[in-house]
Design a protein around this ligand. Structure first.
Ligand SMILES: Cc1cc2nc3c(=O)[nH]c(=O)nc-3n(C[C@H](O)[C@H](O)[C@H](O)COP(=O)(O)O)c2cc1C
Length: 192
């Protein structure tokens, strides 16, 4: 392996939605928390989880961006069915953007993956390490999303500068869930 050429670059720019965006979204979500393998009845996911405790919940916030599907709104990814459950059926774009300190990248990308953690799930098995493991796992998931975006020549950008309580509120997260990390993504513009 040539470490200088085999690790793809990570351009972090806003993107746009194209006609094949629904398929893109489906595969990115699968790479985030999709069930890739069942071994001895244990469902293994696309990203590692300490002790298989799986504290992360993945949401997709979608602003349409000229693409008809999925419809603008907020969705929760359900790994067991590899399906999106509607959490809010109207665009909520302005609210998470405000919570993300009005960053243009969060505002202008057609879609954002939101990673939230229920640390208690991990803490039950690893007292004292619940929070730490959730943060590590969010990094694994975000990296999967970035790498896949790069291999498809999409843009993606990690966003962690946000007001925690405000973001949890606009996403209507349950009290158990803490928002950890956003990854905004979209198709790369032609001129790049
Ligand atoms: C944990 C983390 C949080 C980040 N949060 C933001 C953010 O809120 N807004 C943003 O524009 N970029 C964010 N970034 C992207 C960094 O600004 C970017 O990685 C840095 O400028 C270096 O650029 P490079 O990744 O292209 O080498 C974040 C990156 C990481 C790893």
């Amino acid at each position: 392996m040539d470490c200088c050429t085999d690790v793809p670059a990570r351009p972090q720019e806003r993107g746009r939605a194209g006609t094949d965006f629904q398929q893109t979204v489906s595969q990115l979500l699968w790479a985030s928390q999709g069930i890739i393998h069942v071994e001895d009845g244990v469902k293994l996911r696309a990203a590692p989880s300490a002790g298989g405790t799986h504290p992360l919940v993945v949401y997709l916030e979608f602003s349409s961006g000229g693409c008809p599907a999925p419809k603008a709104g907020l969705y929760r990814y359900e790994p067991a069915e590899h399906a999106l459950e509607s959490a809010r059926d109207a665009s909520i774009r302005d609210n998470p953007t405000r919570a993300a300190l009005d960053q243009a990248v969060a505002d202008e990308a057609p879609a954002t993956v939101v990673l939230a953690a229920d640390d208690e799930r991990t803490r039950r098995q690893y007292p004292g390490h619940g929070e730490r493991y959730g943060h590590m796992e969010a990094g694994h998931v975000a990296e999967n999303v970035h790498r896949l975006c790069e291999s498809w020549t999409l843009n993606s950008c990690p966003v962690s500068a946000f007001a925690d309580a405000e973001l949890a509120d606009v996403l209507s997260l349950s009290a158990a869930l803490e928002p950890l990390y956003l990854v905004s993504f979209g198709n790369r513009s032609e001129e790049r």
